[in-house]
Design a protein around this ligand. Structure first.
Ligand SMILES: N[C@@H](CCC(=O)N[C@@H](CS)C(=O)NCC(=O)O)C(=O)O
Length: 185
């Protein structure tokens, strides 16, 4: 069975959210970061960077939340059927982890936030989910980041009505409530 390594208040909850959305069986391995469990040789053999999340499936090991999300979508979302659809999904996952995440960086926040939020707001005015009518891995990556922003930075979506609507819809999903909403456990 797939094992998901993570800790409380970590990005492992994003992967867990997608596992729940896909309805896959998995086992959680809860790491005690205070006790530096993630820096012990047994975990470094899974992720040499000593960070969570990571997954194992038999002998296969994978780390970086974005790579894990894309692996799961590749394997379990048959509707992302063409190279173009898969590339678009990758675009959104990379955008979430490498570009939208700049909102969390104090030195880039002021400059980046209005332009990223304006563009996303226009996109959500036109379609319910990032890749059209259907919830995909793109929504897990971008939606989790958009949900974390008000939780962690106390930044709201005033003036960005379509983002606010989107985040409301995302956080109401049962799989989100069970995972990010409840904390990783
Ligand atoms: N880009 C990585 C970030 C991983 C990361 O920084 N994880 C944090 C928890 S959210 C961690 O393991 N921190 C412990 C440490 O750096 O010692 C991902 O998305 O997987």
């Amino acid at each position: 069975m797939l094992k998901l390594y993570g800790s409380a208040r970590s990005r492992a909850a994003i992967v867990q959210w997608y596992l729940e959305e896909l309805g896959l069986p998995y086992e959680i391995v809860l790491m005690d970061m205070q006790a530096a469990e993630h820096r012990q040789p047994s975990y470094l053999a899974i992720n040499p960077m000593g960070k969570v999340p990571a997954i194992t499936e038999g002998d296969f090991k994978l780390w970086e939340s974005g790579a894990i999300l894309l692996y799961l979508s590749e394997k379990h979302d048959p509707l992302l059927a063409t190279p173009e659809q898969r590339a678009e999904a990758a675009q959104w996952v990379l955008f979430a982890n490498a570009t939208l995440s700049n909102v969390f960086v104090e030195s880039t926040r002021e400059k980046e936030t209005p332009r990223l939020f304006s563009a996303l707001d226009q996109i959500f005015e036109q379609k319910p989910f990032l890749m059209g009518d259907r919830f995909t891995v793109a929504d897990v990556a971008v939606g989790s980041t958009l949900a974390y922003i008000p939780m962690m930075l106390k930044i709201g979506y005033e003036g960005y009505g379509a983002i606010a609507e989107y985040v409301k819809k995302i956080v109401e999903r049962p799989a989100f409530q069970k995972t990010i909403g409840a904390g990783f456990k």
